[in-house]
Design a binder for this molecule. Structure first.
Ligand SMILES: [Zn+2]
Length: 98
């Protein structure tokens, strides 16, 4: 029984602050390997840091105006959109010693 009357929907994941993202993406980005995994590391300048985040490294707050890094997986297991959704903001120093 064919069920071809339902259009396949792909990429219904993306609901993730395009303004925020494009601002984050303006700088350079590097790839680092941690614990056997590849990570994208995107520095965020103090001017671009306009929200509060919780740093997973120390559990402390990253306050607006503090330059830091955004980190997400680069090995593409979940796909770019999902990986980006799962991105975390780290203090630069916390990431360096993570
Ligand atoms: Zn931290």
């Amino acid at each position: 029984m064919p069920r071809n009357n339902r259009p396949r929907r792909r990429g219904s994941v993306g609901h993730s602050e395009p303004d925020d993202l494009s601002r984050l993406m303006t700088g350079w980005r590097r790839t680092e390997t941690r614990r056997g995994r590849e990570w994208n590391v995107q520095p965020v300048s103090s001017a671009a840091a306009v929200k509060e985040y919780t740093c997973p490294g120390c559990g402390g707050l990253i306050t607006p105006g503090v330059a830091h890094v955004v980190v997400w997986r680069a090995d593409g297991v979940l796909g770019d959109a999902a990986d980006l959704d799962a991105r975390r903001h780290w203090h630069s120093g916390c990431w360096r010693i993570a």
